[in-house]
Design a protein around this ligand. Structure first.
Ligand code: SAM
Length: 332
């Protein structure tokens, strides 16, 4: 097997694939509530084309696939797609990122289809604040979704919390405290300049180190555990059942040097880095009937375009005017 290796010597083992740009929430930092131009269905990658692309990536050494969106659970046929991916023998990790709204009723089917684990996004433990930030009254559904995922053995269940000053900074200890009694990993993520956040979030952003201090003030020193290759630094409150992940996407992005992932957007672009606009169009050539060998060449080209680091730094303005970056291009 010839692995996919980028120009900086990093071996690609992880693909995040966005299956839709649509979402059933309107998180304020992520999507505007009006004026969204959804990508027409015929311009979204079909499951067949996604499968073909992922099969080649896996044949070239990708071991992990994460399904994301938009909200992946709103796309029809998602269970079947997961079932098919799960049958690819060299794929060792199949996971999904969801807002949890539809997770309760779907957790059983997802597990049966072969999904191993799930990340659920939840930025507040307060029902009213949930409705404010997401513009939907869905807090109870998400909580049921998390319980259902745990009940059906999707493991580990990770809860993604985007830390936003003035919105949920006061909830950091409470979120962290969940891990004392629940076998979940609560992951705090720094607010990033994507979606509706067009510049480096100087004021609303909270650094991973500040989050750690806030947790340790409440529970005492945490133990650092060995993490994976991903961006999260993993900690545990002594005696806790679960773990805490701190993702310093902006303040501590030394993990770029070990980044092993690429992304495929809902409209079929290979995005070599979350912040990169240097995309490779797979959709048009796939529609034009390219061979597997040609598709493999395009994937290699995308990998070659992977920058050494995301390069986002304080004071940076990503988009001042003009069209907003679309979530379908970003994926989770
Ligand atoms: N709908 C799914 C969900 O809610 O998990 C998957 C897609 S969503 C875009 C993936 C993750 O990106 C969510 O955890 C969301 O909170 C996070 N996200 C969106 N915009 C962000 C931003 N500006 N900074 C940090 N995280 C962001």
């Amino acid at each position: 097997m010839r692995p996919l290796v980028d120009l900086h010597g990093r071996r690609i083992r992880y693909v995040r694939v966005s299956v839709t740009d649509r979402c059933n929430l309107r998180c304020r930092y992520c999507m505007p509530d009006s004026g969204i131009e959804w990508v027409p269905h015929d311009q979204i990658m079909t499951y067949e084309d996604l499968y073909r692309t992922l099969k080649i990536c896996i044949a070239r050494g990708v071991e992990k696939v994460r399904i994301t969106g938009g909200e992946p659970l709103v796309r029809k046929g998602i269970i079947n797609f997961i079932e098919q991916l799960n049958m690819i023998s060299d794929l060792s990790d199949l996971s999904l990122t969801t807002n949890g709204i539809l997770l309760g009723p779907m957790a059983h089917e997802l597990k049966q289809a072969g999904l191993r684990r799930v990340n659920v996004s939840l930025d507040t433990l307060d029902k009213k604040k949930f409705s404010y930030i997401t513009k939907v009254d869905g807090f109870d559904e998400v909580i049921k979704g998390i319980d259902s995922a745990l009940d059906h053995g999707l493991s580990p269940v990770k809860i993604n919390v985007v830390a936003i000053r003035g919105f949920n900074d006061d909830e950091i200890p409470r979120f962290a405290g969940l891990t004392r009694t629940l076998p979940v990993e609560v992951r705090f993520i720094e607010l990033m300049p994507i979606g509706c956040i067009t510049k480096y979030p100087e004021r609303e952003g909270i650094n991973a180190s500040e989050i750690k201090d806030s947790i340790e003030l409440a529970y005492g020193p945490m133990v650092q555990l060995k993490g994976g290759l991903g961006p999260a630094k993993i900690y545990q409150i002594p005696g806790a059942q679960g773990r805490i992940g701190l993702i310093g996407s902006l303040s501590e992005h030394d993990f770029c040097g070990a980044c092993n992932r690429i992304r495929i957007t809902a409209r079929g672009h290979l995005r070599p880095c979350l912040f990169s606009e240097d995309l490779v169009d797979l959709f048009t050539p796939l529609k034009g009937g390219i061979s597997d060998q040609e598709l493999e060449g395009l994937i290699e080209e995308g990998v070659r375009r992977k920058p050494p680091s995301h390069g986002i730094c304080r004071g940076m303005v990503l988009v001042q005017e003009g069209p907003r970056t679309k979530m379908s291009d970003i994926g989770g």
